[in-house]
Design a protein around this ligand. Structure first.
Ligand SMILES: Nc1ncnc2c1ncn2[C@@H]1O[C@H](COP(=O)(O)OP(=O)(O)O)[C@@H](O)[C@H]1O
Ligand SMILES: O=c1ccn([C@@H]2O[C@H](COP(=O)(O)O)[C@@H](O)[C@H]2O)c(=O)[nH]1
Length: 212
C-alpha cells in the first residue's frame, strides 16, 4: 500500500454515541500491529473555530452543534494534504476555554487515517474526502446519559449546564444535521463504542487495505 492513496475513514454520530471510544479502540489495537506509520487519528473537535477574540459569555452561548462552529475548510485542506503525503499541523481545542490552545500536533501521513466527529457529513467537500463512512447509531437517551457522566467528569460541566445546552442546542441540532446524515453512511453501527463485532470487521477491512 506504500504507493497507493491513503484511505480516509470517517466515524460520525451523535455526541456521546461512542465515536471516540470506537475509533480509539481500533487505533490502539491496530497501532500495536502496524505501527504509528500505518494509522493515525484526527478529531473533528480539534477544528472548532478559534474564539479567543470572544468574551467567555459569548463563547459559552455559542452553538457547538451547528456545522458553522467548525472550520471544516481547514479540516478538508488537511485531509487533502495527508492524501498528498504531506504532514499537517492539527490544532488543539480546549473544551474548558472553548477555544484553541496555542499548541498544534504534527500528524504525519499514514496509509490509514481515522477521522471522528459529530458533523463530518454536513459539508459536501469534506464528505467527499472520505473513502469509508461509518455512522454510530446509538439511541439518543443512552447518548444523553453517557454525555452527562462524561461531561461532569471530563469536561467539568454542571448538570444544569449540560441539560440547558442539551435542550436548546444538542438535541435540535442532532435532528437537523446529524441524524439525516446517516443516509450518507456506508456502514451503520449499533450498540455504541464497545461493539466488538463492528470493531473486528473494520480492523479486518483495514488489514486488507494495508496488505493490498
Ligand atoms: N457501548 C458502550 N458501553 C458503555 N459505555 C460506553 C459505550 N460506548 C461509549 N461509552 C462511554 O460513553 C461515553 C461517551 O463515549 P465517547 O466515545 O466519548 O462518545 P463520542 O466520541 O461519540 O462523543 C464515554 O465515557 C465512553 O467510555
Ligand atoms: O466548546 C465546546 C465544544 C464542543 N462542545 C460539545 O461537544 C460535543 C462534540 O463532542 P463529542 O466528543 O462528539 O461529544 C458537541 O455536542 C458540543 O455540544 C461543547 O460543549 N463545548
Amino acid at each position: 500500500m506504500q504507493n497507493s492513496k491513503p484511505t480516509i475513514i470517517a466515524i460520525t454520530g451523535a455526541s456521546a454515541s461512542g465515536k471516540s471510544l470506537f475509533s480509539h479502540t481500533i487505533y490502539k489495537e491496530l497501532v500495536s500491529e502496524i505501527g504509528e506509520h500505518g494509522i493515525s487519528i484526527i478529531k473533528e473537535d480539534a477544528y472548532y473555530r478559534e474564539q479567543s477574540h470572544l468574551s467567555m459569555e459569548q463563547r459559552i452561548r455559542n452553538n457547538y452543534d451547528h456545522p458553522d462552529a467548525f472550520e471544516h475548510s481547514l479540516l478538508t485542506e488537511h485531509l487533502k494534504q495527508l492524501v498528498d503525503k504531506k504532514p499537517i499541523e492539527c490544532p488543539v481545542y480546549c473544551y474548558k476555554t472553548h477555544t484553541r490552545t496555542t499548541d498544534a500536533i504534527t500528524i504525519k501521513p499514514t496509509p490509514i487515517v481515522l477521522v471522528e466527529g459529530i458533523l463530518l457529513f454536513s459539508n459536501p467537500e469534506l464528505r467527499e474526502q472520505f473513502d469509508i463512512k461509518v455512522y454510530m447509531d446509538t439511541p439518543l437517551d443512552i447518548c444523553l446519559l453517557r454525555r452527562i457522566e462524561r461531561d461532569t467528569v471530563e469536561r467539568e460541566r454542571t448538570i444544569e449546564s449540560i441539560i440547558q445546552q442539551y435542550i436548546t442546542m444538542v438535541r435540535p441540532m442532532y435532528y437537523q444535521h446529524i441524524e439525516p446524515a446517516k443516509a450518507f453512511a456506508d456502514v451503520v453501527i449499533t450498540k455504541g463504542g464497545k461493539n466488538r463485532m463492528a470493531i473486528e470487521l473494520l480492523k479486518a477491512k483495514i488489514r486488507q487495505l494495508i496488505i493490498s
